[in-house]
Write a protein that binds this ligand. Structure first.
Ligand SMILES: NC(=O)c1ccc[n+]([C@@H]2O[C@H](COP(=O)([O-])OP(=O)(O)OC[C@H]3O[C@@H](n4cnc5c(N)ncnc54)[C@H](OP(=O)(O)O)[C@@H]3O)[C@@H](O)[C@H]2O)c1
Length: 430
């Protein structure tokens, strides 16, 4: 048991997009927060990289420090809030805070998705809370939902649109027929895309978030590097239009499934039937579908990023930590240590596939193309030809087929004289 406290002091590591909004929310909603916790919560110290940097959010200069250790070890700081980003520095600060028995709140998905297991072990050893709602889907309640609200159920699957930038780009390509480059420029102009958007476009951001969700959903340790990942850079508006004609939307999907004793975790573009609950999630919004054995399907959606929504998740975690501190306890929910579990190799995946390719428009070509599919035991469900003169676009859907066989088909098609190109092969989620 710790000493009872009559006010909770917060130390912020970072005062950027999220940190400044956390500070503002704690100040502007101070009365509300105090009413809900029973004692006030005040920011005692804030670590920044550059004290002289102009701040859009005014802050008394005496609160600022450039040494994050000073914030972590300050005796008036009871809760350490890591919103500075990066991995190595943040990891050391978080570990130190936990060693001191201080609850930690973080929004750092990269940190959690690589070192979550170590951090949770340290939190357990110190009986200190580690909260991370802001790491996935900003204020969409996902972490607490998996930890608490659905704790009674066996989770079989999670499917999510976890990256706002790519969802915005795919939505604009679908609705305005913009090219990828045009949609990316629009995302940048609206502040959704970073100067270097690689993390988003290549699916790293979504993979990190999926690793966190899948670890909680399936009670195992999954790091981001174990998630199979493909980005959206090769998708064109024409393929999106063809998919729509067949009744599908194209999304960058993050999928986790607990099946046949192993875990399937992957992030890639996917065709979703238009009636699927995630197909209608447009622009920068995020959404997650959780499939529980007893609960059935539960869908959550909302803004997936941004300072104010993420600050709501972070401050709500601070409130949780403060409530636990107030009753002199340590952590209320200490997650057990998660074992590692086998991951299904992508080559074993067996689902339907969508092909978009160009073929020479002359008699007998269809038969040659179909023969390759047949020889590799990939059965064609439907095939549509869109003639464009000497070359025709061919769009086809397969029945369930093994990924390894689909890759063999693709490689063989690419060597055929009658095939001008295989533009895309996209997995279909039914
Ligand atoms: N932005 C979002 O929408 C969002 C959503 C969910 C989660 N997150 C996560 O939240 C975290 C913060 O993101 P952000 O967008 O707020 O980042 P940001 O705007 O770049 O802010 C980072 C802050 O940390 C400070 N900082 C960096 N290194 C430091 C160091 N070594 N010592 C002390 N202070 C240091 C910076 O100081 P200066 O101000 O002096 O440069 C800045 O105030 C990241 O892990 C991110 O992935 C962000």
């Amino acid at each position: 048991m710790r000493e009872p406290i009559d006010a909770v002091g917060v130390g912020l590591l970072g005062f950027g997009t999220v940190g400044a909004e956390v500070y503002r929310l704690l100040r502007d909603h101070g009365d509300l927060v105090q009413q809900r916790v029973g004692i006030p919560i005040t920011v005692q110290k804030v670590a920044v990289a550059d004290r002289r940097k102009p701040r859009a959010q005014p802050i008394p200069p005496h609160l600022l420090a450039t040494d994050a250790w000073e914030v972590v070890t300050d005796p008036t700081v009871h809760v350490v809030v890591e919103v500075m980003g990066g991995v190595e520095g943040a990891r050391l600060f978080v570990l130190r805070a936990l060693d001191l028995g201080k609850p930690v709140v973080t929004a750092n998905k990269q940190l959690l998705s690589h070192f979550g297991g170590d951090l949770l072990a340290r939190a357990r050893a110190s009986n200190a809370d580690l909260f991370f709602e802001g790491t996935v889907g900003s204020c969409i309640p996902l972490i607490k939902t998996l930890r608490e609200s659905l704790a009674a159920d066996r989770i079989r699957g999670v499917e999510g649109i976890l990256n706002g930038t790519t969802n915005y780009i795919l939505t604009r390509m679908s609705e305005e027929a913009w090219t990828f480059e045009q949609a990316l420029a629009a995302a940048r102009a609206r502040g959704f895309a970073e100067a270097d958007p690689t993390e988003d476009i290549e699916g790293h951001d979504a993979a990190a978030k999926l690793a966190i969700l899948a670890s909680l959903a399936f009670d195992c340790q999954i790091t981001a590097d174990r998630v199979y990942r493909e980005g959206i850079g090769s998708i064109t508006p024409r393929e999106i239009a063809y998919a729509r004609e067949l009744g599908y939307a194209v999304k960058l999907l993050a999928l986790g499934e607990d099946r046949d004793g192993a875990i399937d975790v992957r992030v890639h573009p996917a065709l979703l039937p238009l009636a699927h609950p995630l197909a209608a999630i447009s622009d920068e919004r995020n959404a997650v579908l959780v499939k529980g054995e007893a609960a059935g399907s539960v869908v959550f959606s909302g803004p997936g990023a941004g300072g104010p929504p993420t600050a709501v998740a972070v401050v709500s975690d601070i409130i949780d930590a403060a409530r636990n501190l107030r009753r002199c306890g340590g952590a209320r929910i200490l997650l057990p240590s998660f074992a590692s579990r086998p991951i299904h190799p992508i080559s074993d995946l067996t689902i339907p596939y969508f092909f978009a390719m160009q073929v020479t428009d002359r008699p007998g070509v269809f038969a040659k193309v179909a023969a390759v599919f047949g020889e590799e035991s990939v059965s064609i469900a439907s095939i549509v030809q869109k003639s464009r003169g000497a070359v025709a676009d061919v769009v086809l859907l397969t029945h369930e087929a093994q990924e390894a066989a689909v890759r063999r088909v693709t490689n063989r098609l690419r060597t055929m004289e009658v095939v001008g190109g295989v533009d895309s092969v996209i997995r279909v989620v039914e």
